[in-house]
Ligand binder design. Structure first.
Ligand code: ATP
Length: 431
């Protein structure tokens, strides 16, 4: 019977066939131990010379690392580890004998590994990250639907920048002149809420930033969410609920991945169980100065500031109500302090930095128009967007969450380039 390694628990004693790749091989005299990977998991397959036909033994001897193969054998419990299984091989068919594999067991530098990203993905660590990424992505979709959001995707070719053109990638677009790759779908889903009430998009976005940090990609996946009749506090509640849901999904489904990544899941418990902290921008600046930062009033938080802020905190921190002067034109002005806007950035724990940026949006057309003019943005390009405020404007809010930032945090990996299958950074376009 064909099966997957993941299902071995229910196949003990059965003769099964698996197809996959040789991850590793060692032998001790009359036994060859083959570590097999089939995508769903890893298993040790045992070829005992005295129990297999000579042809099977020869085939096992010839196998090189990463050769593809089909194996048939009996599933048995691992003699030492509960919940682990082995395959007692009876027959083996090589599909392709691999050439000498360039990624050896010795340590390689990150550039070498990135050049071989297409092969590096086969390592246990990368396998674990890919699976964690899938669990996070699935949790995002599940949570949004549970909160009655509808997926409503946005275009990638856009004629105008949401917040100016400095961080956009231009492309030639037929006879229409220059188009830009989207850096967010926010304006489009703001339009869609008048149709479906609550919606989100999910897809690649592009930032032409020269920043060479461990948390910036030039192409990353973002979920933008937008909801009608949701104001600032409710916006934060939705974000907190989403993050708690993602973290608990990872804890439930990724224990094996955490182990492979040597990621201690203990600190994640508090994130699910305790309420997140909320600090105003002003409180944040004061606290940062107490913690030794030289940040000035009105400045954005740097990487170090974000790490400092959450160092002693076991839950993420919302930094809310930022100065209007350094935030986007569409953010709604705080009714109590007109120099502040009703926004928040969510700063994750364990030094992971910002994972969400969100705000209540300005629904008043006159204020919005004034802010577009004040920022010198091309008013004509926003005519369609302003229509959303002309025909049934409602209070509404939204946020954007970066998938790879979330993966980086959950996996506990240092560099974001490992959190997407084929990263695009300022210095990397290949493979
Ligand atoms: P940062 O200040 O960290 O550069 P930002 O303020 O530009 O981020 P937003 O425009 O609010 O970020 O984007 C929403 C979310 O998208 C961020 O909270 C983060 O999770 C993610 N994000 C933003 N820029 C990048 C990037 N270059 N690479 C990966 N993820 C990103």
């Amino acid at each position: 019977m064909d099966t997957f390694i993941k299902n071995f628990a229910s196949s003990v004693g059965n003769v099964v066939t698996v197809r996959g790749w040789l991850h590793n091989k060692r032998s001790s005299g009359a036994i060859i131990f083959l570590e097999i990977r089939d995508g769903s998991g890893f298993v040790q397959a045992i070829v005992a010379k005295q129990h297999v036909a000579p042809l099977v033994w020869e085939a096992a001897e010839q196998l090189t690392q990463e050769s593809s193969l089909e194996l048939t054998g009996t599933v048995s419990p691992h003699p030492k580890h509960a919940q682990l299984y082995e395959l007692q091989v009876s027959s083996l068919i090589p599909i392709q004998i691999a050439e000498e594999y360039p990624i050896a067991k010795k340590e390689h530098g990150p550039d070498f590994l990135m050049d071989y990203r297409h092969l590096w993905l086969r390592s246990k660590r990368q396998w674990a990250i890919l699976r964690l990424r899938d669990v996070i992505e699935t949790a995002m979709h599940d949570y949004m639907h549970r909160e009655l959001f509808i997926r409503t995707d946005s275009p990638i070719f856009t004629p105008n920048a949401c917040e100016g053109t400095t961080t956009l990638f231009p492309v030639e677009y037929f006879d229409e002149g220059t188009a830009y790759l989207a850096q967010t779908g926010q304006l489009y889903i703001e339009a869609a809420i008048a149709s479906v009430g609550r919606c989100y998009d999910f897809g690649p976005v592009f930032r032409n930033e020269k920043s060479k940090t461990k948390r910036h990609l030039a192409e990353f996946w973002m979920m933008d969410a937008e909801a009608a009749f949701v104001e600032h506090d409710e916006n934060l509640r939705l974000q907190e609920g989403l993050v708690k849901f993602i973290v608990s999904s990872c804890m439930e489904r990724c224990q094996e991945e955490f182990k492979l990544l040597e990621r201690n899941p203990e600190p994640l418990r508090a994130i699910v169980e305790k309420p997140f902290t909320r600090l105003s921008y002003d409180e944040t600046i004061l606290r940062l100065r107490e913690l030794g930062s030289d940040i000035k009033d009105g400045e954005d938080l740097g990487n170090d500031d974000e790490a400092r802020l959450t160092k002693e905190s076991d839950v993420p921190i919302f930094v809310e109500k930022w100065p209007k002067a350094i935030k986007s034109f569409y953010m709604k002005v705080d009714g109590i302090r007109p120099d502040r806007v009703l926004n928040a950035d969510l700063i994750a724990t364990e030094g992971a930095g910002e994972i969400i940026g969100g705000s209540q949006r300005e629904e008043n057309i006159d204020i919005l128009l004034e802010r577009i003019r004040h920022e010198g943005l091309p008013e004509k390009e926003y005519a369609w967007y302003l229509d959303t405020r002309r025909f049934g404007a409602v209070p509404h809010s939204g946020f954007g969450i970066g998938l790879e930032r979330m993966v980086r945090w959950m996996a506990g990996v240092e560099h974001i380039r490992e959190c997407i299958p084929f990263p695009r950074t300022i210095t990397r376009l290949r493979p």
